[in-house]
Every structure is written in structure tokens, then in C-alpha cells.
Write a protein that binds this ligand. Sequence first.
Ligand SMILES: Nc1ncnc2c1ncn2[C@@H]1O[C@H](COP(=O)(O)OP(=O)(O)OP(=O)(O)O)[C@@H](O)[C@H]1O
Ligand SMILES: [Mg+2]
Length: 280
Amino acid sequence: MTTHPFENVTHVASLGPVLDRLGTVFRTFDEQDSGCVSYGLLASGQRWFVKTSSTRKGISSLRRAVSFHQRVSHPAIVPLVHSFTTGDGLVLVHPWMSGEVLYHPTLSRRGGRAAPGSPMARFRAQPLARIHTALDSLLSAHLAVEEAGFVAVDLYDGCMFYDFDEHRMMLCDMDEYRAGPFVLEADRLPGSTRYMAPEEFVRGAVIDIRTTVFAGPGAPSAPGRRRPGEAVARDGRATGGRRDGDLRRPGAPLPLGPVPRRGLAIGRTPPRVGPASAVT
Ligand SMILES: Nc1ncnc2c1ncn2[C@@H]1O[C@H](COP(=O)(O)OP(=O)(O)OP(=O)(O)O)[C@@H](O)[C@H]1O
Ligand SMILES: [Mg+2]
């Protein structure tokens, strides 16, 4: 069992004083779309990622995360080590990971996947062998997800945490993953439109393991996916390509890429949907 500084904490009135008592907050993430606020906490010589929300939507995502992590564990999934309630919300504790998410949109800043020096651009410039190893981690993690009877929701490059020193890919922020298959009872699911399967925009559609397959390396913007017309350098590096958004244009062929062993993408006929209004 992982030991952590919150060992005996099951409920607190307010998170701030507990963080102050246990250690030092060295980073705050308070500009996320989710409405959650997260902290990097240094306590007893170790770093922790502490995520909290007091909004209805945020609390329900964090509850999903708790039930997901109770059932799924995998070396490429950042584990949940503890959770507790506050007077007005829920708190999740994960180990702090070194590395960067491949894309980090915030309320005030978007874009940046193609910008030179961005994590995504640096990832795409890695030798193909490293990219394949990273994608293998993602696929292997999703076999564990499937095994546990869960489906991916809101999987995108903001969940893909890459350590450029250790060359290790981990998945974080799996708060929207849910038990599946399930029937979509809203007009769409949360997520980045670049990664979402057509059925995620159709009320009444069945969301199942095929949806997960689409959102993985088969997605139009999947990191490491070589885009049409993109050259590969002699050392195996992709040398750049056209804009991501082009691949989601209306009428573009369905980008079903490499399919995990047990995925069911072959032969599926996804419902037709109109162009996504905003590509995120
Ligand atoms: N275990 C971790 N260790 C270090 N940093 C992390 C960890 N998990 C997430 N992060 C960083 O914190 C940021 C916010 O985390 P996360 O994506 O879980 O928040 P969120 O509130 O769900 O955001 P979103 O609105 O994008 O869904 C991530 O983009 C990543 O940079
Ligand atoms: Mg999230």
C-alpha cells in the first residue's frame, strides 16, 4: 500500500489549512476547464498532486475517478492513493509525476500543439521507436480499462503525460471514464472534439469499447500519428505535416488507425454527424 501524508484524513472542513499543516504548495492549477483546482504539494520530502472541486460537475467527475481507480490499475495509469471529503467537496490525492501533458489548455490559453517547443511538437519529433513505446503504454492501459468493463470518455492529449527524460508515457485525468457500454443520454459527451468518436455527439448512441478505440491512437490528432503527406526522416522522426484540424474536416475519411488486440473497430459503421462546431 502506498503511504502518503493524508493517511488519517477522511474528512476536513476546509482543504487549505490541511495542506499548510502537511507541507508546502509549490504549484496551483486553478484555470482548468473542469472547474477543479489542483495543487502540487511537497510533504515529507515527496511530491503529491492534490485535486479538489466544490462544484456539482467537478464533484461528480471526481466521484467517477474514485470508482474508476477502485477497479482499474495499470503501470501506465497515474494511481489514486487517497480521497477524502471537505465541507463542500471532494479531494483526490495522486503521486506527483515528472513530465508534461502533451497539451495543456486552460481557461485563458488554448492552442499550442504545433508551436515549436510545445510538448506535442517535441513528442512528435521523438524517434519513432520511442513514440511506439509510448503508444504501446496507452494501448496496454486501455486493455486494462476494457478488462475492468470501463470505456474511455474525455481521453485526449491533455491526459497523456510524457516524461521526456525517462521517455515514459502515463495517463492522468481519467475522471470521465465510466462503466460501459452505456447509452448517451445527452447531446454529447465531454471531451476534445479532435479525439471524439462520431457517436459521442449522438443522443441515444451506444458508447462502448469501439469508442475507446477511436479515441486512442486512431484519433485524428493522436500524438505520433503520421498524417497523410507527412514525411519521415531517415532517423525515423516525423518531419512535420499539415494542421491537425484538417483531419476532422467534413467528409474526411474516418481515421481508424492501429486497433488494439481486442478492439472492435473493424467493420463498424459509425453514425453520420455534422461537422463539430469547435475543434478543441
Ligand atoms: N499526477 C500529476 N502529477 C503532476 N502533474 C499533474 C498530475 N496530474 C495532472 N497534472 C497536471 O495538472 C494539470 C491539471 O490536471 P487535470 O488534467 O487532472 O485537471 P482537470 O481539472 O481535470 O483539467 P481539465 O479541465 O483539462 O480536465 C494537467 O494538465 C497536468 O499538467
Ligand atoms: Mg479533467
